[in-house]
Design a protein around this ligand. Structure first.
Ligand code: TRP
Length: 457
């Protein structure tokens, strides 16, 4: 195993690592998932809880994952094996690999939709008479049987191809150009969207909280799940990326950079989407189709709209690709080490299985729409189990491992914090704040917290 280890790749540079981690974080989660989850959970109050989750839980756990990965120089499972042999922490690694399979299976479906939209704009856009028809176009597309599968297949083939080529050539190279372009485009579109007439409603929806929304415990769970999903957290993706870092580079700056960019992206895409939602009279709680219905409306009313539509969906698909790569890499890195497979073999087999796993999620919207769990279709159910349960649970274990399973002085040194006030605050957060918060949110969402509080009142 040690010999294999010396063959592990490394990032070319610290910047390459940071960009790859940013590429993992910024994806469909920031635009597609952020906008519809924010819409469904009432806007500003949700956003506030989301920001708290990023600061109090997300950033400290990013740091923990980076530190674990760089120290162990191994994959999500191997890192725990190496650092704490025979200890139960390793379940976080196994849950991580399982989550990678689940998340990428449905992620590939939605990413396929973005590829389809990109091709539609490339070939001239959609033939509709009014904005209302964009909803029909979208629903017609995603409920059909074969077409979405085709685009999902195409997207997964691209993802597999890049992971196949390896960490440096594939992953590092693809992030450097596309992300800045997407950022610029989202800012331009947000600026335009704010002139559409729905701006004041959108701004108050996003920034002036309706506190009564905080009475619903599911808002907290949704915010927690969104924070983990958007930051690529809780399943060892950042452990895996950290493991390709060689020398002593400063981790805290990288963690803060990733979280700041990811959150900035989400908020600006909120500013892009919600003014259009209100200007076009769409219900913000309309669910996963929000982006695919509002944005074509914007492109319709803008000069050079087809060009913008093409550029936007191209870049969104590219952002989804850099995230999908990180998901696949978690599982591939594990299979390479565990079964001594070549990178090529692992990419093809694991990627192929994940594509097949995603097929029910796609069909569950159309032909299999009778299959639901608690009122959610297959795709939403997969998303819920992975994002709202497995990721926070994985994050909880990672926080406890770093906070309690490591000697404090080692943790401070290995994270580059050193024995500073910030470093001590980090350990305190990992030991108490993040675990208690995650635990309480879980309790609340099951209704147990209310029951317990009721006993005391
Ligand atoms: N963060 C990505 C997004 O926002 C999705 C993603 C990539 C992810 N890697 C992950 C989510 C690991 C959870 C865990 O689109």
């Amino acid at each position: 195993m040690d010999q294999l280890n010396s063959n592990r790749e490394q990032w070319n540079s610290r910047l390459g690592f940071i960009l790859a981690a940013m590429g993992s974080a910024v994806g469909l989660g920031n635009i597609w998932r952020f906008s519809y989850v924010t819409g469904e959970n009432g806007g500003a109050a949700f956003l506030l809880v989301y920001l708290l989750c990023i600061i109090a839980i997300g950033i400290p756990i990013i740091m923990a994952e980076f530190t674990i990965g760089r120290k162990a120089q191994s994959d999500a499972v191997g890192s725990f094996e190496k650092l704490a042999p025979g200890k139960p922490w390793i379940v976080a690694g196994f849950m991580g690999v399982a989550s990678a399979f689940i998340i990428l299976s449905f992620y590939g479906v939605v990413a396929g939709w973005t590829v389809k939209y990109f091709f539609s704009y490339l070939t001239g856009g959609f033939a509709v008479e009014n904005d209302a028809q964009y909803g029909d176009v979208f629903v017609g597309f995603i409920t059909s049987t074969y077409e979405p599968l085709l685009w999902q297949f195409l997207f997964m083939a691209l993802t597999i191809g890049i992971v196949f080529m390896g960490v440096k050539k594939g992953i590092e190279a693809s992030n450097k150009i596309l992300m800045p372009l997407l950022a610029i485009l989202v800012i331009i579109l947000a600026g335009y969207s704010l002139t559409l007439g729905g701006a004041s409603e959108a701004l108050s929806f996003l920034f002036s909280p309706d506190w009564s929304k905080l009475a619903d415990p599911n808002v907290y769970l949704a915010a927690l799940g969104q924070a983990f999903f958007s930051l690529s957290l809780g399943m060892g993706a950042l452990i895996t990326y950290g493991s390709y870092l060689s020398n002593k580079e400063k981790l805290p700056g990288a963690a803060l950079g990733v979280a700041t960019l990811d959150t900035g992206f989400a908020i600006i895409s909120g500013l892009m989407i919600f003014p259009a939602v209100f200007a076009f009279g769409i219900n913000p709680g309309d669910g996963p189709g929000l982006v695919f219905v509002t944005l074509p409306g914007i492109f319709d009313s803008i000069a050079f709209g087809t060009l913008f539509g093409f550029a936007f969906f191209f870049l969104l698909a590219a952002a989804a690709l850099s995230s999908a790569i990180s998901l696949l890499e978690v599982a591939v890195a594990y299979f390479i080490r565990k079964f001594s497979w070549s990178r090529q073999k692992a990419s093809l087999i694991v990627g192929g299985v994940i594509f097949l796993l995603g097929v029910p999620s796609s069909l569950g919207i159309g032909p299999l729409s009778d299959i639901t769990f608690f009122g959610k279709d297959i795709l939403d159910s997969m998303d819920f189990i992975a994002s709202n349960i497995l990721l926070p649970l994985g994050g909880l274990i990672i926080a406890l491992f770093m906070g309690w399973g490591w000697k404090k002085s080692d943790a401070l040194a290995d994270s580059d914090f050193g024995d500073t006030a910030l470093g001590n605050a980090w350990i305190f957060t990992l030991r108490y704040v993040a675990p208690v918060a995650i635990f309480l949110i879980f309790l609340a969402s099951t209704g147990l917290l209310k029951l317990i509080l009721g006993l005391f009142s």
